[in-house]
Design a protein. Structure first.
Length: 512
């Protein structure tokens, strides 16, 4: 049973992740902070992550586990409401497989959680789904009823009507149910219906929220007083949600005094899961993103890891956002996630450009709010070759194949100083002597730079090549002798020389 529930949750996660950015862009109510899609995604991910481990495999135990994971992982206003929808559904499904009862229980729980319910929101959507279920509709028909009500939300709330968009929370909820329905039917995830929800200028320019900080936290304790905490929080903010039970409460409030909100929680129990977001900054970031305020912004952006001022400039000239790193100075997952989030594109391609950074890049792609894909480049040379094939107007998945093909088409080499004794074809290359590498493997050693560099070049040109690129390091040796030999022995070869500035490698070579 646990495996099946995990499949259903994974379907929901896949669906909301596929539409996360569209839903973020639709987000103008209750405040235009552009994070509804992200918050719903992170809330569903929390449930998926909980189910990935060991745990209950019976109906009641799974219901409790899923409900708690949704509560504890809920992000933002939409995520907290979603956690209550999940709670209502799981409370019902713990006792019966009746779909109509589960949807109605979910709807009732959501409406109970919101002190002043507003129609044209997630609440309207879950109620419409419950109504359809009680009419005896099949799951696909229930989803279709959700699509219909999402389209109507535009006329239910003045702010949506003026902005010309549908409600982001309602749209996100229906995508989650669509994903579950696809798993139940054993079918691929279908596309969402084409709505006229293009983001116009009215939807982009929105007033800042009355309060500045979106504050979310959990209070855990014994015999917690939900009504009392809710009453005190009402005095310092709005968009208030306090949900849970006497042992754990999830709080969401918009306020100018997050410290006061946290103090009210501390007075009642132990707090955790604290998240404080500046909604004014989020609103301005959303506006800037939608207006493509960043020059050259497109569908997809590139984040590249590089060392050396010259190499950074080369990647930036190709439109990449550069994170410092490379040999012996690997960036962290957090560094790469931050670069992904600030990159001027809805989706992002990551070029790690070092074998030791690939796993970190993959973790960053998994944890970013944007769609992010990794092209596992193992060298600066391969990364630069891949960047030439990048097209920002294409989606990330389309770019991956083109960039990978370009990276695979370059032969790479390097000349460095041996940091230890190396055995090479039975001959010892002593520490401190010149060492040549091709595709990362030692192939030459010697007393002089020119002889080793020439050996590497010959290895790279074993197959016909048209272009050779040289990237000099931060302490480069003279290249006059090498360049003269290249021009003499390979007169048809196009030669590019750049000051890369990378440490550890006086020369990097690439042949294409």
């Amino acid at each position: 049973m646990r495996a099946r529930v995990k499949e259903l949750v994974d379907g929901a996660r896949t669906a909301i992740e596929a539409h996360r950015h569209r839903i973020d862009d639709l987000n103008v109510y209750p405040v235009p902070d552009g994070d509804t899609g992200t918050n719903l995604t992170l809330t569903v991910r929390a449930v998926a992550e909980a189910l990935a481990g060991d745990g209950a495999d019976d109906r009641a135990g799974l219901a409790r586990e899923v409900s708690r994971a949704a509560l504890m992982g809920a992000r933002g206003n939409s995520g907290v409401i979603l956690s209550q929808i999940v709670r209502g559904a799981t409370d019902s499904l713990a006792e019966t497989d009746d779909l109509a009862k589960a949807f109605r229980s979910a709807s009732d729980a959501a409406y109970r959680a919101v002190k002043k319910p507003v129609e044209g929101t997630m609440l309207t959507a879950i109620r419409a789904l419950a109504d359809a279920a009680e009419r005896g509709s099949s799951l696909p028909e229930i989803v279709a009823a959700g699509d219909e009500v999402v389209a109507r939300t535009r006329e239910m709330l003045p702010v949506l009507r003026e902005a010309g968009v549908v409600d982001a929370g309602a749209a996100g909820l229906v995508e989650i149910v669509r994903g579950i329905a696809a798993v139940v039917a054993g079918e691929p995830l279908p596309d969402a219906p084409q709505l006229d929800d293009a983001i116009g200028i009215e939807a982009i320019h929105q007033e800042l929220s009355r309060f500045r900080y979106c504050t979310v936290f959990v209070v855990e304790g014994d015999d917690l007083d939900l009504p009392g905490l809710e009453t005190e929080l009402e005095l310092i903010g709005d968009s208030l949600l306090v949900v849970g039970d006497r042992t754990a409460l999830k709080v969401h409030v918009h306020t100018d005094d997050p410290g006061r909100a946290l103090s009210l929680g501390v007075a009642r129990g132990a707090i955790g899961g604290v998240e404080i977001a500046n909604m004014h900054e989020q609103t301005l970031e959303r506006e800037g993103r939608l207006l493509h305020a960043v020059p050259g912004a497109g569908r997809t952006a590139v984040v590249a890891v590089a060392a050396g001022d010259g190499n950074r400039a080369l990647f930036e000239s190709g439109g990449a956002v550069v994170v410092d790193g490379g040999e012996t100075m690997n960036p962290s997952t957090a560094d790469l996630v931050a670069a992904i989030e600030h990159a001027p594109g809805l989706e992002v391609i990551l070029l790690p450009n070092n074998g030791n950074v690939i796993l970190t890049a993959e973790h960053a792609a998994e944890n970013a709010s944007k769609v992010a894909r990794v092209v596992p480049t193992r060298s600066l040379q391969a990364g630069l070759a891949a960047l030439v094939a990048f097209d920002g107007s294409r989606v990330a998945d389309e770019n991956v194949a083109a960039l990978q093909e370009a990276a695979d088409g370059v032969a790479t080499g390097a000349v460095t100083i041996a940091s230890r004794d190396v055995q090479l074809n039975g001959v010892a290359v002593r520490k401190g002597k010149w060492l040549g590498l091709a595709e990362g493997e030692p192939i030459a050693g010697g007393e002089t730079f020119d002889e080793v560099a020439q050996a590497v070049l010959e290895q790279l040109l074993h197959e016909p090549r048209g272009v050779v690129t040289l990237l000099t390091g931060d302490d480069p040796p003279p290249l006059d002798g090498l360049l003269e030999r290249i021009q003499s022995e390979y007169p048809e070869l196009e030669l590019d020389v750049h000051e890369g500035g990378q440490p550890h490698y006086p020369l990097l070579l690439a042949a294409e």
